[in-house]
Design a protein around this ligand. Structure first.
Ligand SMILES: *Cc1c(COP(=O)(O)O)cnc(C)c1O
Length: 231
């Protein structure tokens, strides 16, 4: 058994355990294998082992790998610049990292051109760290209302990146903060806005995110091992 296969078994087991522990169904939680810095060969190996969804955080990497990777759903999970939307609009299942109305307007425009309704998540800076992208929680409802008027994008839920820490209380606070925000937005009953997806949790913290309601976990290191950014 390859290490990728072994790691995937381990990650899926943890997802299953975390789901059971909080009385949730395992199939409510989708594993997004984060493939940034890894080449097409390793990605294809993961796909052979059952991975159906992969996450990349740079447009450039998606473009370099797209033709070499076997059929799979692509997720953009990193910061997206408006002038790069055109390169990925025909390639991605879900954009997790929409952090402004202006970006959503650009996505709408490019999606319209290819007759697509692009599913998106709003990235929220729940922790308030200055280094992080994302909408301020207090602005989220207004942003949802504005984006909801666009015909070729559909908000499916929220995403956050938690601080890199092993402080469990802090992490649980961030994850329940995102969940609470999604519930609040749901109650507004905004047309064309769904809050069914919560993308939160990475290698370091995904069991805690599942405990607080994650429907998508983004796991890289836990599957592929430590990344080498020098390549
Ligand atoms: C890299 C990355 C991940 C995965 O991180 P790991 O700690 O390797 O699991 C998840 N989400 C985003 C936005 C990332 O950039």
């Amino acid at each position: 058994m390859s290490y990728i296969e072994k790691n995937l078994l381990e990650v899926n087991k943890k997802i299953d355990e975390a789901a059971r522990a909080s009385n949730r169904k395992t199939d409510e939680i989708k594993l997004i294998a984060v493939t940034k810095t890894y080449g097409a060969d390793l990605i294809n190996e993961a796909i052979d082992c059952g991975v159906t969804d992969i996450g990349e955080n740079r447009v450039q990497e998606i473009m370099e790998k797209y033709d070499k990777v076997n059929p799979v759903r692509w997720h953009l999970i990193g910061h997206l610049q408006k002038n790069k939307v055109k390169y990925i609009i025909d390639k991605v299942e879900l954009i997790h990292s929409v952090d402004s109305v202006e970006l959503a307007v650009e996505i709408d425009k490019k999606a319209k051109k290819i007759d697509k309704i692009q599913k998106i998540l709003l990235e929220v800076n729940v922790s308030g760290e200055e280094s992080k992208f994302g909408i301020e929680p207090t602005n989220c409802i207004d942003v949802c209302r504005e984006i909801s008027l666009l015909e070729n994008v559909k908000i499916m839920g929220l995403m956050t990146v938690a601080p890199f820490t092993d402080d469990e209380e802090l992490l649980l606070g961030v994850f329940s903060g995102l969940k609470g925000l999604a519930e609040k937005i749901s109650q507004e009953n905004i047309k064309n806005v769904s809050m069914e997806e919560l993308s939160m949790g990475m290698t370091n913290d995904f069991p805690l995110a599942i405990e607080k309601g994650a429907t998508m976990v983004r796991v890289g290191t836990g599957i592929f091992g430590k990344r080498d950014y020098t390549k």
